[in-house]
Structures are given as structure tokens and as C-alpha cells.
Design a protein around this ligand. Structure first.
Ligand code: ATP
Ligand code: MG
Length: 444
């Protein structure tokens, strides 16, 4: 006769709140341990959150942070005065009856128990597999995943199809110097700086497309807003009737992405409105001159301090954390940007700024094949390097344009992080791939 046994299934920590009085098995990591004589408090962590486990010392012996354990116990209501309002499970605790050690953790190199992880950035990144486990750090990437999800929804809502173009390219997208070469079976190829050329080609197929992809830029300087490998979220839209259609699309997609994400997480709310203020680059420079006395009105681009100042203006005068800047000099933008027919010195380009930083760039594109080829030649580039791209224009291409958001920059600004590296799981910059090169140089 078969022995009948009740096998208890795992309860997720978030579900304990509705299981007062029940016996449960929890599985997770020891987040922190506090010893109070004949009683030990363990904050147990799983993918859904934290819960307080109460245990006798003999049950938990020398358990410490990051040990993986299974806890069998009973969910109990906490007395009123012991409720922890900071934890979603703060009204309950689990009284442990059995604790199994599944995987022992090494001693931690620093304390992970504080609500915020106060480490210097290099330490945070040198121990990334560990520091990512801290609940506050985890939240950054839960928010990031939701930003991607909400971008996807917003891009689909305007009729875009998701496409997956390659990240190895035969040509450097914009002919720039900051491109990472690949030794491709003895031929030269490059990691894409942007999916730009492919998304335009695909407008010739699907009219409206969107992409979430890794991009690579050999950024030659170390800043708080540049990574070498980053994730870009792009839309490209065919059959645009006017420049303002493109601005509407960019602002709508971004506002919805931010709005929906901040409705899903307890984050400091950004001021996103349906009416994003719009200025030409020259108008923005004039406002900056009037506000600060600093004259950048002859500069061909906004400087980082200009981006901060014009965002301060947008917040003060329009109660908006977003501002759109249009009409950058044609010579400063990529070759495929369409010069403004009214004044070809400037092109139909735009940047979206968010809380003091460029978060997105875009433009209406040249769609006439002859004009495109001429522009490539005028820029000193070789049309032969763009053969597949140019092919798409030979066979009928509608007026089109699009935009690209940086995912890490969006995450960084939404959460008010000080450095973009905090918004990348394993950030790559000129000094680091996993570890800093200086600390891992091979012996000479
Ligand atoms: P910047 O002028 O700030 O260096 P860019 O104009 O060179 O940026 P774009 O080519 O417009 O960048 O790229 C589109 C978006 O991708 C940017 O608006 C930004 O959000 C993001 N982005 C660009 N470069 C990087 C980078 N090196 N690391 C992280 N994100 C980036
Ligand atoms: Mg840009």
C-alpha cells in the first residue's frame, strides 16, 4: 500500500500575509540576523520580498547573511506595537519550527543589512553578484524591467512592430570614431552604435517598428551618463505627415512609459504632462542667456549644464520634468537627418530632455535616395559601406522618422541615481569589463 504523505509546497513571502495561523515552508536567503538572547530574528528574503522569522538559537546556529535556507513554521500576526510599516509583510512573522541549511554563504565583505547600501561605486561594482541582491539594488532592476515592458506597450499602441535587427554591422552607423571593431573571420565588422540603419530599412517593410537592443560605443571619456554597452529603446515611423507628428509620438511614448511605471512602483513622481514644452535649440540658448548671463548662443549644441538649466526652466515655468529641443545644426547631426527645407543649416532633429539630461534623440530622416547618397558623400563617407541600407531606399521609402531612448539613463533619472552605472547590471566603461582593468592586469 502506498504511504500517503502530505507534501507541503513552498509559500512565497508576499503570500504569508493572507496565511495567518497556517503552517508554511519558506525558501530564501538570510537577509539579516539579529540575536536577542533566547530568540533570534531572521529577515528572510525571496523574490517577492522580506519577512521576519522568529527562531530559537539552536534552530539557526551560526546562520548568517546570504545563507540559503528552507524554513518550516507558522505564520502569526504581530502584536500591534511590533508592526513594521516599512515591510509589506510587516503585520506578520513566521515562528520557525524547522530550519534547513541548503547552501552556505561565505562571510560578506561588508554589511548588507542596512536599508540602503552605502558603498563607494567601485566596491558596489567589484562585488556585483552580491550587491545586486540588496533589496534596494534589486528594485532598480525591477523598475527597469517594467520600463521596458511599458515602453513596449506604448510603442505597440502607436502601431509599431517589435523587430530584432543584428548587433554586428558591416559599417559604422554614423562613421564616428567611437565604434568598437570586431575581427569577423578576418573581415572588418563593427558592433552597432545604434540600430538606426536597420530600423529605417525595416520601415520600408513594416511602416512602423520598435526595437529594444544593446548598443556599443567606445566612449573615450568617463562620465556619470555614458556606458560603453547600453540598451536603447527605439521607434521608427513611416508616412509621417509633419515634423510635429514625430514630436507627438516621442513625447507620448516616453510620457506613457514613465507614467505607467511610476503608477506601479513607489517612486518619487516625475512631472510628466501631455503638453511637453518645445523649444528650438537657439530659443533654449537664448532663455539660458537670459536666466544665467552665460552666452552659449553661438554653440552648435547644448552643453550638459545647458541641459540642466533648460530643464530647471521647464520645471519652473511649465511644471514639467520633460522638455523637447528641436532644430539642431545639420552639420552636428547624423547624415540621415533631414535638413529643414526652410533653413537647411538646421535639421528636423530633436532631443527629449528629462530632469536635466538628454534621454532621447531623433529626427525626420532623408528618404530620397539621391539626396541620401549625396549627403553620405558630402560627409566624406563611402556609399559602398552603406550598400544594404541604400538598397532599401532604391525601392520606395515613405517619409519617416523616429527616436531612441537610453534605458539606463531613463532608469537613472526616474530613480534619481547619481551614476548611470547603478542602472546597469554589469556596467562596461573604458576602465571596466566586470572588473577594473587596472586591478586585473595580466602579469608582464
Ligand atoms: P550624448 O550627447 O549625451 O553623449 P548622444 O547624442 O551621443 O548622447 P544618441 O546617439 O542620441 O546619444 O543616443 C540616443 C540615446 O541613447 C541618448 O539620448 C541616450 O539616452 C542614450 N545614450 C547614448 N549614448 C549613451 C551611452 N554611451 N551610454 C548610455 N546611454 C547612452
Ligand atoms: Mg543624442
Amino acid at each position: 500500500m502506498l504511504e500517503s504523505r502530505v507534501i507541503m509546497t513552498r509559500t512565497l513571502i508576499v503570500d504569508t500575509i493572507s496565511k495567518v495561523g497556517d503552517k508554511v515552508i519558506l525558501k530564501g536567503w538570510v537577509n539579516t540576523r539579529r540575536d536577542h538572547g533566547q530568540i533570534v530574528f531572521i529577515d528572510l528574503r525571496d523574490r517577492t520580498g522580506l519577512i521576519q522569522v522568529v527562531a530559537k538559537p539552536e534552530l539557526v546556529e551560526d546562520l548568517h547573511s546570504e545563507d540559503v535556507i528552507y524554513v518550516t513554521g507558522t505564520v502569526a500576526k504581530r502584536p500591534e506595537k511590533l508592526i513594521n510599516p516599512k515591510l509589506p509583510t510587516g503585520t506578520v512573522e513566521v515562528q520557525a519550527e524547522k530550519v534547513e541549511l541548503i547552501s552556505k554563504s561565505a562571510e560578506l565583505p561588508f554589511d548588507m543589512g542596512s536599508p540602503t547600501l552605502n558603498l563607494e561605486l567601485p566596491t558596489l561594482l567589484d562585488h556585483r553578484s552580491l550587491t545586486l541582491r540588496h533589496p534596494t539594488v534589486q528594485t532598480i532592476f525591477q523598475v527597469q524591467a517594467q520600463l521596458v515592458e511599458n515602453f513596449r506597450q506604448a510603442a505597440r499602441a502607436i502601431g509599431c512592430l517589435e523587430i530584432f535587427p543584428p548587433t554586428i554591422s558591416a559599417s559604422a552607423t554614423e562613421g564616428g570614431a567611437d565604434v568598437l571593431p570586431v575581427d569577423y573571420f578576418g573581415h572588418s565588422a563593427f558592433l552597432i552604435q545604434s540600430p538606426q540603419l536597420y530600423k529605417q530599412m525595416l520601415v520600408g517593410v513594416f511602416e512602423r517598428v520598435f526595437i529594444i537592443t544593446h548598443v556599443y560605443r567606445a566612449e573615450p571619456s568617463v562620465t556619470t551618463r555614458h556606458l560603453v554597452e547600453s540598451i536603447q529603446m527605439d521607434c521608427e515611423i513611416g508616412f509621417v505627415d509633419s515634423f510635429s507628428d514625430l514630436l507627438d509620438a516621442m513625447e507620448t511614448v516616453f510620457s506613457r512609459t514613465i507614467e505607467n511605471t511610476q503608477n506601479q512602483f513607489d517612486v518619487q513622481r516625475s512631472l510628466v504632462t501631455n503638453k511637453v514644452p518645445r523649444l528650438t535649440m537657439r530659443e533654449a540658448q537664448k532663455i539660458i542667456l537670459d536666466r544665467t548671463g552665460i552666452d552659449h548662443t553661438s554653440e552648435p549644441d547644448l552643453m550638459p549644464e545647458d541641459e540642466r538649466e533648460i530643464c530647471a526652466w521647464a520645471r519652473e515655468t511649465h511644471k514639467s520634468d520633460l522638455v523637447t529641443i528641436t532644430h539642431f545644426p545639420t552639420s552636428k547631426r547624423a547624415f540621415y537627418s533631414l535638413p529643414d527645407p526652410r533653413n537647411t543649416e538646421y535639421c528636423l532633429s530633436y532631443d527629449l530632455l528629462y530632469k536635466g539630461l538628454e534621454i532621447s534623440s531623433g529626427a525626420q530622416r532623408i528618404h530620397d535616395p539621391d539626396q541620401l547618397k549625396r549627403t553620405i558623400i558630402d560627409r566624406g563617407l563611402d556609399p559602398a559601406n552603406f550598400a544594404m541600407y541604400l538598397q532599401a531606399f532604391e525601392y520606395g521609402m515613405p517619409p519617416h522618422g523616429g527616436f531612441s531612448f537610453g534605458l539606463e539613463r531613463t532608469t537613472m533619472k526616474l530613480l534619481d541615481l547619481a551614476n548611470i552605472r547603478e542602472a546597469s547590471l554589469f556596467p562596461r566603461d573604458m576602465e571596466r569589463v566586470d572588473f577594473r582593468f587596472s586591478s586585473h592586469e595580466p602579469p608582464q
